[in-house]
Ligand binder design. Structure first.
Ligand SMILES: NC(=O)c1ccc[n+]([C@@H]2O[C@H](COP(=O)([O-])OP(=O)(O)OC[C@H]3O[C@@H](n4cnc5c(N)ncnc54)[C@H](OP(=O)(O)O)[C@@H]3O)[C@@H](O)[C@H]2O)c1
Length: 347
């Protein structure tokens, strides 16, 4: 008898270099924009050709440091650059709505850093504008495009785990309290849920879809943002997701999906290139896959950029692996959790 769980499917897009090349413009040259640009240039044929900042000096410094041809001293100038195909929006979450609408109005495709916006309502406005303009729009939930995620996706498509019952995910990091900084400042949409928890809510959605029930517990920082939260999400069919996020403590960054026939446990971190193990219902290990591709940490963002380039080449306006409606639903879950926690909302 063959052991179906012991033979894992191969990931379907292991090489991000095989996607058609687009010309990218980076809007908001901060920390993640630097890692994103370097990941694209190291691992793909995508090219960041322009950087846009609120300051001409910061734009020029970013361009010089990351091999980018042109710099613009305003976001308006960046989105008006005729030689930019797609704008990567890498500003704080609080600015995503304004900057997404700016790029869409200029007729550009967009990749918006996670979370897509601060609230589901804001995200719906971005979706409506993108659809109206006919441009491609995607939330940068890069986990969806990793090789390990595609293996898990194929196992779920085959119903290899049986009936799904329990899903878990955690993402916490110790971030020193600085009330003015992006993660702690309500004016910049700080808080654990929007910044780190979004990965766990998206993981639950990937496995179970949008929840029918949401229970949240947690604590708030003096600034009013959520500093730590636990979520219990339940599906109409009775499956449950247990999620945890924190700005106070580093947690393992592990995720699981357990069904009546088998379970999957990711290696750490579940949100970046790592690996996964599959266990049979009797608890024995069926398979352990470790990412062999050599694009560790944030270099894994190369996969989402390549996926976007393929979709644009196919004439799509959104990602089939992470539809816009799902990004909106994820924010609706976070909206409700923040409401239950009493977190300060600045929209
Ligand atoms: N995918 C991931 O793994 C990952 C990791 C970290 C962050 N992110 C996401 O990326 C986004 C940016 O995070 P980050 O850590 O890169 O932030 P960051 O280092 O603070 O950079 C944000 C940039 O946005 C610009 N900006 C525009 N309006 C701003 C404002 N009101 N306040 C501060 N900066 C403003 C700034 O550039 P100029 O002023 O020069 O224009 C700044 O350099 C967030 O949405 C976050 O969730 C994703």
């Amino acid at each position: 008898m063959t052991d179906a769980l012991a033979t894992l499917p191969a990931p379907r897009h292991p090489d991000p270099a095989d996607a058609p090349a687009l010309r990218w413009g980076v809007l908001g040259p901060g920390g993640i924009a630097a890692d994103f640009t370097d990941a694209l240039h190291r691992h793909t044929g995508q090219r960041v050709v322009a950087a846009g900042s609120r300051s001409a000096e910061r734009a020029a410094a970013f361009a010089a440091a990351h091999g980018v041809e042109r710099s613009h001293g305003s976001y308006e100038a960046l989105v008006s650059d005729p030689d930019v195909d797609v704008v990567y929006i890498a500003t704080p979450h609080s600015e995503h709505l304004e900057h997404a609408l700016l790029a869409i109005a200029a007729g550009k495709h967009i990749l918006i850093e996670k979370p897509m916006a601060v609230t589901a309502e804001q995200a719906r406005r971005i979706v409506a504008a993108a659809r109206e303009a006919g441009v491609f729009a995607m939330e940068a939930m890069w986990t969806r495009y990793l090789p390990q995620t595609d293996i898990i996706r194929q196992l779920l498509e085959r119903e290899a785990l049986g009936e799904l019952r329990v899903v878990t995910a955690d993402f916490g990091g110790h971030v020193p309290y600085q009330p003015e900084s992006r993660l702690w400042n309500p004016a910049l949409a700080g808080g654990a849920l929007l910044d780190l928890g979004v990965y766990t809510v998206s993981w639950a959605s990937f496995a179970l879809g949008a929840p029918a029930g949401i229970i949240a517990a947690g604590t708030l920082a003096p600034s009013g943002v959520d500093e730590q939260a636990a979520l219990l999400l339940s599906s109409a069919g009775g499956a449950q997701a247990l999620l945890s996020t924190s700005l106070l403590a580093g947690t393992p960054s592990l995720a699981t999906i357990s069904g009546s026939a088998a379970r999957i446990e990711t290696d750490s971190p579940f949100w970046g290139p790592s690996g996964l193990r599959v266990f049979r219902s009797d608890g024995t290990l069926a398979a352990h896959w470790r990412d062999p591709y050599g694009r560790p940490h944030r270099d894994g963002m190369a996969y989402e950029a390549a996926a976007l380039a393929r979709y644009v080449g196919e004439g799509r306006t959104e990602s089939p692996l992470h539809p816009l409606a799902e990004a909106v639903d994820t924010l609706a879950t976070i909206d409700e959790a923040r409401r239950q926690l009493g977190a300060t909302r600045v929209e």
